[in-house]
Ligand binder design. Structure first.
Ligand code: ADP
Ligand code: XUL
Length: 557
């Protein structure tokens, strides 16, 4: 083991190019955080005029994109900020990162030439201004490709068959349906594109100064990769667009090296020329690494722009709900995941409308109201939801004569609750939905424990509701950005695998010393009581009954 230990006095730099910001976390060779930095898109780069990092089509077509160049400029600014804080780039042994999943970048023919000859005297933004055939990247919040999804499913033998091959049925935000839309509606732009990257492989390409491969894990978020073979699926490629394989390039394992860092970064920021660029991956998969999720039965909940729930498994069984991706730090394992679009931005919306725009007031309302909310149930969709597939809108119900048992009780639809009940209905609704769908997806109930991460995991009142609804202890990590932390850890892991010349189990890196590293989790809230857990089970059944009716009436499938 010693011959494969991390070099002393070296750093591992991890990024997270997410919806609202670019974050960086630096680990030292003892896996402790030594630096972190953030570029917030709306406030640090206001000239792009994004709201929450995105542009929403006002016509309600469901089109949601982000300016590709904003991500490039964010990297210029991030490196500038680190430089100004006297960060010593020369100590960085490896760089890796996370990208928001599914988003895509379209490189114009001839751009590989620009990438491989970057001039260290000029910013990246300046040189990449004309490198993209599409200037606005479709991102995970987009839901404008329902027709393309149905066409791809049909061509692949149905939704279930597509899920069996690629890990998911067709989803609007997935890259394959997004590419199909461009291929069908803007063929000349498709033809003028020489490479399509994911956000993750795009950022890796900048650092490597050459097109980086798409990694096996983030590649599973495209509806294009065979998750067992870890190769492009011929049938899915054919169902999507002609001539696609060459535009996608190769796939690679997440632990592989994309190349040495480009001379641009060596000359401009004084990185060491031997610094490795380890393949970037998706933000959720990197959180699996950052949360050291290696025990089946542990559940992770990420409360970022999106809310996600994930677990690891050796034996995935992809179906019509949820997603399966290869585990980025276990070559034989997989992760299963549920994704909610109405996460933090919907909580902010309810906070702004009912709780005086203040998390303190929001939390006071959560504390003032009773668990189960006196039988008041709410469904809040500020964005078209993924799970369940419902359009924008809110629906509120009161269970008549609510008492402890719900058997035979009927609900009545209402217009609005009092403000404290609105807040509780939102929070209980979000986590009851997660519990219900995660149970259907094979989550042990209660799970052994939950590890919470993402911006909203800083909110203790929200974590308390999670502990009551799921009936288990809730842990948190030192900092809520597990995606950039996981990326830094994967940079170290990739460095070691490269040194060894083959895959090394990631737990070998922290086996006996987890508690002494920045990766350790701490207990944040104890499990709620068993009786309340059972009461939540019966109100959850009622909620799913109502949800199924809403899907029948308004749903997209
Ligand atoms: P992403 O990585 O998807 O860009 P983050 O994980 O950084 O998102 O989370 C950002 C979100 O965290 C914000 O939209 C905000 O609503 C939420 N957040 C931050 N602090 C709190 C808090 N105290 N209570 C609830 N939500 C919070
Ligand atoms: C995952 C998903 C989101 C994005 C946002 O499928 O769509 O969680 O990764 O970061």
């Amino acid at each position: 083991m010693a011959e494969f230990s991390l070099p002393q006095d070296s750093y591992f730099l991890g990024f997270d190019s997410s919806t609202q910001s670019l974050k960086a976390t630096v680990l030292d060779s003892n896996l402790n955080i030594v630096a972190s930095e953030l570029v917030h898109f709306d406030s640090d780069l206001p000239h792009y005029k994004t709201k929450d990092g995105v542009y929403r089509d006002p016509s309600d077509s469901g089109r949601i994109v982000s300016p590709t160049l904003m991500w490039v400029e964010a990297l210029d600014l991030m490196l500038q900020k680190l430089h100004e804080s006297k960060f010593d780039f020369s100590k960085v042994a490896a760089v890796s990162g996370s990208g928001q999943q599914h988003g895509s970048v379209y490189w114009k023919s001839g751009s590989s030439q620009i990438l491989s000859s970057l001039d260290p005297k000029r910013s990246l933004l300046d040189q990449l201004e004309n490198a993209f055939s599409i200037r606005e990247s479709p991102i995970w919040m987009d839901c404008s490709t329902t027709a393309e999804c149905r066409a791809i499913e049909k061509a692949c033998g149905g939704a279930l068959e597509l899920a069996r091959i690629t890990g998911s049925r067709a989803y609007e935000r997935y890259t394959g349906p997004q590419i199909k839309k461009i291929f069908d509606t803007q063929p000349e732009i498709y033809d003028s594109t020489e490479r399509i990257s994911l956000v993750s492989s795009f950022m890796a390409s900048l650092f490597a100064g050459a097109y980086a491969a798409i990694d096996h894990t983030d590649g599973a978020g495209m509806n294009l990769m065979d998750i067992k073979e870890k190769a492009w699926s011929k049938v899915a490629l054919e169902a999507t667009a002609i001539g696609l394989e060459s535009k996608l390039g190769d796939l690679a394992p997440a632990y592989a090296v994309a190349g040495n860092i480009a001379p641009y970064f060596v000359e401009r920021y004084h990185f060491n020329q031997n610094c490795l660029v380890v393949q970037w991956s998706g933000d959720n998969p990197n959180s699996v690494a950052g949360l050291t999720l290696n025990i089946p039965g542990d559940l992770a909940i990420s409360l970022g722009t999106s809310d996600t729930v994930f677990m690891i498994t050796k034996d995935p069984n992809p179906g019509l709900v949820g997603h399966v991706f290869p585990n980025p730090v276990d070559v034989e394992g997989y992760m299963v995941m549920l994704v909610y679009k109405n996460g933090s931005l919907t909580r902010e919306d309810v906070r702004d409308r009912y709780a005086e725009k203040s998390w303190d007031v929001f939390n006071k309302f959560l504390q003032q109201t009773q668990p189960l909310n006196g039988g008041k149930l709410g469904f809040y969709y500020k964005e078209h939801e993924i799970l369940p597939p419902l359009p924008v809108g809110s629906h509120r119900y009161v269970i008549e004569n609510f008492s402890d048992t719900l058997d035979g009780l009927k609900e009545r639809e209402v217009e609005e609750f009092d403000p404290p009940s609105e807040v509780r209905a939102l929070i209980e609704g979000q986590f009851l939905s997660m519990r219900a769908h995660a149970e259907r997806f094979g989550m042990p109930s209660p799970p052994k424990r939950i590890i919470a991460t993402g911006g909203a995991s800083a909110n203790h009142c929200i974590l308390s509701s999670i502990a009551s609804i799921f009936g288990c202890d809730v842990y948190t990590v030192q900092r809520p950005d597990s995606a950039s932390l996981g990326a830094a850890l994967r940079a170290a892991h990739g460095w070691l695998c490269n040194k060894k010349g083959s895959f090394l189990p990631i737990s070998d890196m922290y086996m006996d010393k987890l508690e002494k590293t920045s990766l350790s989790c701490k207990l944040s809230v104890n499990a709620g009581d068993q009786e309340l857990f059972s009461k939540y089970a019966s109100i959850m059944k009622k909620r799913i009954e109502i949800e199924n009716r809403l899907v029948q009436k308004l749903g997209r499938y």
